[in-house]
Every structure is written in structure tokens, then in C-alpha cells.
Write a protein that binds this ligand. Structure first.
Ligand code: COA
Length: 192
């Protein structure tokens, strides 16, 4: 009897250890899963919300929440990051055209500056690249220095257009990697 090669079993999330030793867990947001979206939104200040949505956003209207949770297919992918099971950030891409994705990131305010934005960005561009997209686009508030810094890592050059920064460029995966890309793709394979 010939031995069958053991099938690789991937976990349903990917862990990343932050500089301070805390462990962040990444997993795909499921279609219709609104609770973590609302929890992350609740942890963002007025300024952070305005930077994320480029308009004042005191609460998430139902139609916006619905759009944010219509995920899980090639054209719209979102991943959640949790720390101690608490939702602390979401990264997503949405197809802009057949080769280009728009990326958007959000991290609750009390976790800013700990590397989560870079981890989420690496996650979503890796998945976009794996799904065959080759260009990236974003629109950013000119005062959003953290985003500008992050987006440069993936190939974006931003220019001021009508008071906001806009850019499009060939998608580059950040170097060095901020996440185990092989493990990310393993989670995707396991979920299918
Ligand atoms: C943008 C955002 C996602 C970044 O998340 P984060 O977890 O703070 O990001 P990181 O800790 O990975 O830091 C990203 C980079 O920005 C830099 N940075 C962070 N805050 C900064 C600031 N106030 N000014 C300048 N640079 C800053 C960091 O040093 C880091 O660069 P480096 O790795 O080269 O040192 C977060 O600030 C956020 O959610 N903002 C509100 C929503 C938003 O603006 N979304 C983006 C628009 S789609």
C-alpha cells in the first residue's frame, strides 16, 4: 500500500508578533459580518473616521455598513486584525478595474503606531496580487502622513487633486514583508 502524502492543514488565521511582544491575529472578514466593522469604527476618533472615509462620519449608515461587509469574493476582500480577541483594525481592497485595486485601512486609535497599518497593508496587497491584480490606487487626506508613508511602500506616488492626494501605480509587495504571505494564502486555501 502506497502512503498518501499528508495534506497540509492550515490554521484559520495568521499570527504576527508586534515589536512589544503582543500577538496580533489576522483572518478574513466573512460576508455579512458587521460586528467587527462596527467595533473598529467605534474605536476610531472623529479625525480618524474622517481620514478613512474622506468625509465626516459620526456613525456608519446602514448602506455603508452593508457595502463594507459585501466581502469574500475576488473583487472585494477584507481582513480583520484582533489582539486578545478584540477587533483593532481592518484592511481591505476593492477592485477599481480589472487590474487595479483601491486599498483602505483602519486601525483603532489606541493601537496607532504599533505596526498594524503596515501589517494590514501587506496583507491586502498580497491577496490582491494573488488574485491577479497588478496595480494599486488610493485617495488620501494630505495631512494623513502615516497613510502616505505606508502607500509609498506598495508603489504609489500621490499627487494633490482637488485638495486630496490621489495616486495609482504598479503594485509592489512591501519589502521587508510584514506578514507571513505563505500562511495568508494557506488560510485563503483552507477557507475555500
Ligand atoms: C493610517 C493608519 C491605518 C496607520 O495605521 P498604524 O497602525 O498607525 O500604522 P503603522 O504603525 O504601521 O505605521 C505606518 C507608518 O506611518 C508612520 N506614522 C505613524 N503615524 C505617523 C504620523 N502621525 N506621522 C508620520 N508618520 C507616521 C509610522 O512610523 C510607519 O512608518 P514606518 O514603518 O516607515 O516607520 C491609521 O493611522 C488609521 O487607521 N488612520 C485612520 C484611518 C485612515 O487614515 N485610513 C487610511 C486611509 S484609507
Amino acid at each position: 500500500m502506497s502512503a498518501q502524502p499528508a495534506a497540509q492543514i492550515w490554521p484559520d488565521h495568521v499570527e504576527v508578533t508586534l515589536d512589544d511582544g503582543q500577538v496580533a491575529a489576522l483572518r478574513p472578514l466573512r460576508a455579512g459580518e458587521s460586528e467587527p466593522v462596527l467595533e473598529v469604527f467605534a474605536g476610531m476618533s472623529e479625525l480618524s473616521r474622517a481620514r478613512r472615509y474622506l468625509t465626516g462620519m459620526p456613525y456608519l449608515p446602514d448602506r455603508v455598513l452593508q457595502r463594507l461587509t459585501e466581502v469574500g469574493h475576488r473583487d472585494h476582500v477584507a481582513w480583520l486584525v484582533t489582539i486578545d480577541a478584540e477587533p483593532v483594525g481592518i484592511g481591505r481592497y476593492a477592485a477599481y478595474d480589472r487590474r487595479t485595486v483601491d486599498v483602505a485601512l483602519e486601525v483603532v486609535d489606541h493601537w496607532h503606531g504599533q505596526g498594524l497599518g503596515g501589517i494590514l497593508l501587506d496583507t491586502v496587497v498580497t491577496l490582491a496580487w494573488a488574485n491577479g491584480f497588478s496595480a494599486v490606487a488610493a485617495t488620501v487626506d494630505p495631512a494623513n502622513h502615516a497613510s502616505v508613508r505606508l502607500l509609498r511602500r506598495v508603489g504609489l506616488t500621490l499627487q494633490v487633486v482637488d485638495g486630496v492626494l490621489e495616486g495609482q501605480g504598479t503594485l509592489h509587495l512591501p519589502d521587508p514583508a510584514r506578514v507571513d504571505r505563505c500562511a495568508l494564502l494557506g488560510v485563503v486555501a483552507e477557507a475555500q
